[in-house]
Write a protein that binds this ligand. Sequence first.
Ligand code: GLN
Length: 247
Amino acid sequence: MKPIKILHMYADMLDLYGDSGNMEILQYRCKMRDIPCEIDHYSRTSEVPDFSRYDLIYLGGGADLEQQILSTDLPRCSDGLKKAYADGVFFLMICGGYQLMGQYYRDADGHDLPGVGLFDYHTIAPNSRRKRCIGNIVVQTEITGEPLDIIGFENHGGQTSGVTSPFGRVRCGNGNCFQSDIEGYCEKNVIATYLHGPLLAKNPKLADYILEYCLRRHEDAPAFLAPLDDTLENECREVMLERLLKK
Ligand code: GLN
C-alpha cells in the first residue's frame, strides 16, 4: 500500500502547546491499522519541495517573532502551496499557521506580515499584548457530516475576520475574535483553527476524517478505516465537555 505522505512545515519554529503531537497522533492511528505513513519536514534551510506530492500539509502555531521570521520565507513556497491546494492536498493549520495562510497578519506592534494568500481572511492583533483569547474551547463542527464537538485550547491575540466558511460554531471560549460565534476556517480539504491541545489527541474522530480524506486519494487504499479502541480518549472528552459546557 502506498504510504500517506505528510509534510510538516517549520516543526522547529511552529510548535506551541504540543502542536507536533498532531503528527504523532496521525502516525499512531496509521500504525495501529498497518497503514504506512511518512512524514517529511520543511524548514527555512530546506529546498522548496513539490508540495503537490503530499497528501497532507501541516503547520502548527507560533508566536509573533516566529511568524515575522517565517513571513520572509513563505513567499518562495507560495506558488507551490497554491498548486497543492488546487490539487486537493489536505491543509491542517493551527493558530499562527492558520494566520499565515491568509492575506496578512498585523502583529501587536502594528507590523503587517504578508500571508500566503491562500484564503481571503486576515488577522489583526490588538496593540496590547495583554489582550488575548486564552482558555479551553469547544467548537461544534459538521465537517464529518454530523455535529461533532471539538475540544481544544486557544491562546491568541490575533482577531481573524473575513472568514466565509468557519470550521465550527463556538460553544465555549472565544474563537476567531473575542467572544465570536465562529471558529477557524474550513473547506473539505482545509482545517484552519485556533485549537491547540493537541487538537487530534483530543478529537480522534477528526484525526480519522483527515486520514480518510488522505486515503481516498490513493487507489490501493482500504475502503474504510478499521475502528480503534478510543475508550480512554472518549472518557477524557466526556470529562472536558461536562466541565466546559454544563456550568
Ligand atoms: N502570534 C499569534 C497570536 O498571538 C499566534 C499565536 C499562536 O500561534 N498561539 O495571535
